[in-house]
Ligand binder design. Sequence first.
Ligand code: M6R
Length: 368
Amino acid sequence: EKGGHEYFMLKEIDEQPTALADTLRGHFSDGRIVLDEQRLSDQDLRDVDKVFVVACGSAYHSGLVAKYAIEHWTRLPVEVELASEFRYRDPVLDRDTLVVAVSQSGETADTLEAVRHAREQKARVLAVCNTNGAQIPRESDAVLYTHAGPEIGVASTKAFLAQIAANYLVGLALAQARGTKYPDEVAREFHELAAMPEAVRQVLGTTEQVKALGRELSEAKAVLFLGRHVGYPVALEGALKLKELAYMHAEGFAAGELKHGPIALIEPGLPVVVVMPSPKGRAVLHSKLVSNISEIQARGARTIVIAEEGDETVRPFADELIEIPAVPTLLQPLVSTVPLQVLAAEIARSRGYDVDKPRNLAKSVTVE
Ligand code: M6R
């Protein structure tokens, strides 16, 4: 059942193109985004004046990624919050608030309690879930299923990519209903998304270099991850994978925050993974990151740079360069996350750990 793989997680990493394609299937028809599994009307979507994404762990990171896209496409404010924090403050919610609860299992207690709290305050709740009929979709107003298939490995991989795709569908549906994007723009965004399974397949064909690097890094004391814009949540996700699988101290930072403290951690030989934005996207972002890498390299860090193929400017600063295909900026997390999953799995394997069942963790966390 592991399809020739040593671990479910490795199989699930390989299934990501299919997970994405299956999640997108059927959601664009007659030139429109259709969220057929949901019970929110276009009028409900038009009334939305604020969006919250509530989730835990990797699902939370999928929300952080989506914030960039949803705000850009809809001009609605989007707040992304850890479900375990959300209900213990006093979030400002009313019937025009859309709360998107993202959960692979649909059973996570923190997220379920956040859903209950939101509904008590009359907010509308849309669940993004990978498990048919689970508790969170049952208690939500509407549901959009990710079709990643069962995820057995405790570390989320294919469900995470599928969550990003589903969150983006929510964003496009809102933009369509609100008219903040013309129909041809919505169609273009969807088609770009639909091209991503192929881009992910391309990344999966080039993982040998990352695996070799993983074996080399198996004795590292700590690894830092840096990114900006959508690369920032990718850095957080890369660090989470490494913590949970390899039991290694790993930290993700917004690269711009380096100079506000974390740069003091840099010492000779420390591996630092940097997620580079496309040089063709936002030039300012790219050049800021190049200067961040040069700063850490000057302090002796071992720089591991994930960059778009053909990005020559970054080469002199990369002790190790991992190339990913050129894709639109907002979609880059779907490709840049993949080498980080492979890296964490390989480091964990080299250390002799069971990557499907990391210590102290459960696949679905049903206690608060
Ligand atoms: O089932 P959920 O998506 O609600 O789970 C949320 C987190 O527990 C989950 O993403 C966790 O962080 C993973 N182990 C990360 O790999």
